[in-house]
Design a binder for this molecule. Structure first.
Ligand code: ADP
Length: 551
């Protein structure tokens, strides 16, 4: 018998960021938004911010911003950037957060690729903008975000002033009716393994992602939290945290331009009673060092979200010993970015806890995941052994890039190819082995650069280690470690000691051919190990002398 389709009787409510703004206005007026600025702490509330967001939307309209226009921001984490996060998408335009750590030629490419129409720039970032002038023809208007009384910038074209623009508008704005499929924001991948590509989030995807971030078993941000996002607002939408904070009503604390400085993070977190921090592993490596050195602690912090790169075991343990609980999360710009979170069920045996927290965790509700064989494309079992490329699908996963780059990123059956290689345990814990572009192919077998890095970073004298594969006549590629000694052990740790340390901890043939000591691992614009730079500058392996390692 055929079943007649019957429609549900629920409203077709468009999911949009206007709803988040509505909550900010109606429910969270007293919640503070605090920004560290050069001249001291700037304090405001959501209640004071809402009229400014309305004024900003009015100003955008007045300068000719139409629905769908891209409006770029070149800004630190601060209250004005948060105002832009709301006003631009809620008035129908597209917020395009520019990564201020990119080289000028990348910024130029991105602005032109997105065809940005208006650009908002923090005064301290004008030197970054200067070399781009004359090369970004789609930009019709530049708006300067400066402090009152700041001297006018020299040698720059005509710019509008943020505060004067706002002052000329009304406290209320007739927000237009938006369709949930409209673009709300765009963010370029940071280009760790290739050229930056534009990811375009819709209102719907942002709304659902925000709900996802808030779930207790996900990032679990709540109204009682004081959020201090160290992750920049230009990195994958600051991991969805600004909107999650608005939805939940969390107090937000911004570092301004003191973005990666451990002392500033600790002082601001202490002063503002931060409970919730988020950032990439290198930030926490620096912070842990500072805490140890000064003896300071942050007892009010309940969660330190750590993503963007795998969390080294040594870091997790050090942070635990300092009373800081790392919550390991995985994702990418193309996944909005929340993909998985390593929450450990309460009935986990204590001896398994650390191991599970070090995985990339379980896929977040709303997203489906599979791993596939790189050659056959066949789906692989979740047995904790087989590894293949992670593919995902769901309402906040990209289906393509702006301007149609890389159409093959989507499989024929609609899954997004992440380029990450992982195994998944029967319980669903994801263990990222590597990125497809970083995995080392030695004698027909794979060596996980991530696992080897973590093994080296477990050495007490090592602060950071990045591993790359270098060409080898016999084995195709062999691993080479670039290691940074802890400051107190500089010059006191050698290659042989590291190789000896690795024996028994990794397969014999994983022991690297060389360990090269450097002062600092080069970092990408978002603070990840920049293996492209290491590879470009690497001297070849001294072949012939290290054959023992493979036997
Ligand atoms: P880019 O690709 O330019 O680095 P993203 O910030 O979008 O920019 O990076 C996403 C990638 O970062 C993922 O595909 C993955 O390789 C890596 N990544 C993110 N989180 C983790 C994690 N917890 N463990 C290991 N790798 C991670």
């Amino acid at each position: 018998m055929e079943v007649a389709a019957v429609e549900g009787l629920m409203q077709d409510y468009e999911l949009s960021l206007q709803h988040v703004l509505w909550r900010v206005e109606r429910l969270h007026q007293n919640k503070e938004v605090v920004t560290k600025r050069d001249e001291g702490i700037h304090r405001t509330t959501y209640g004071e911010m809402v009229p400014r967001i309305n004024r900003l939307a009015g100003a955008l309209k007045r300068i000719g911003v139409k629905p769908g226009d891209r409006v770029a921001t070149l800004a630190w984490n601060n209250n004005r950037h948060l105002e832009l996060y709301y006003a631009i998408p809620c008035m129908g335009a597209v917020l395009h957060t520019l990564n201020l750590r990119l080289f000028p030629q990348h910024l130029e490419f991105i602005i032109n690729d997105a065809a940005d129409k208006v650009l908002f720039v923090d005064q301290t970032l004008l030197p970054l903008l200067k070399p781009l002038l004359g090369k970004i023809p789609t930009i019709e208007t530049i708006v300067l975000m400066a402090e009152p009384g700041a001297p006018p910038p020299e040698g720059m074209p005509q710019m509008l002033d943020y505060e004067s623009l706002l002052a000329a508008e009304s406290d209320s704005y007739p927000w237009p009716k938006l369709s949930e499929r409209m673009a709300a924001a765009m963010c370029y991948t940071s280009g760790t393994t290739g050229n930056p590509k534009g990811v375009v989030y819709s209102h719907r995807s942002q709304f659902i992602h925000t709900m996802g971030v808030l779930q207790l078993d996900n990032l679990g941000l709540g109204s009682n939290d004081v959020l201090l996002p160290v992750v920049p607002m230009f990195h994958a939408n600051s991991w969805g945290l600004p909107y999650a904070a608005g939805m939940a009503g969390s107090k937000v604390v911004f570092l301004g331009r003191f973005s990666a400085d451990a002392k500033s993070i600790v002082e601001l977190a202490e002063q503002e009673d931060a409970t919730y921090l988020a950032g990439v592993p290198t930030i926490w490596i620096g912070l842990a060092g500072y805490l140890k050195e000064t003896g300071k602690r942050l007892p009010k912090v309940r969660t330190v979200v750590c993503g963007g790169s795998a969390v080294p075991q040594a870091l997790m343990e050090t942070m635990d010993s300092l009373g800081l609980h790392i919550l390991h999360a995985w994702g990418m710009t193309e996944t909005s970015p929340l993909g998985s979170v390593a929450r450990v069920p309460a009935d986990t045996k204590p001896e398994d806890e650390l191991r599970l927290r070090l995985t990339q965790g379980r896929v977040t509700p709303g997203v489906e995941i599979r791993i596939t064989d790189p050659t056959s494309g066949e789906e692989l079992p979740w047995d904790g052994v087989a590894f293949g490329e992670i593919q995902v699908r769901g309402p906040w996963i990209a289906r393509g890039y702006h301007n149609g780059y890389d159409p093959d990123k989507l499989t024929e059956d609609g899954w997004f190819r992440t380029g990450d290689v992982a195994k998944i345990s029967p319980e669903g814990y994801i263990q990222i082995v590597d990125r497809t572009k970083d995995v080392i192919k030695s004698g027909g077998e794979w060596i996980s650069s991530v696992e080897l890095e973590n093994a080296v970073m477990a050495h007490p004298k090592i602060l950071e280690a990045a591993v790359i594969g270098l060409p080898h006549a016999r084995w195709d590629e062999r691993p080479v470690v670039y290691a940074v000694a802890r400051p107190e052990f500089k010059g006191q740790v050698g290659e042989d000691e590291i190789k000896e340390f690795l024996k028994g901890k990794v397969a014999k043939w994983w022991v690297p051919d060389e360990v090269r000591f450097i002062d600092e691992v080069p970092k990408t614009s978002v603070g990840k190990f920049d293996k492209k730079v290491l590879r470009a500058n690497a001297v070849p392996i001294k072949e012939g002398v290290k054959e023992e390692a493979r036997k």
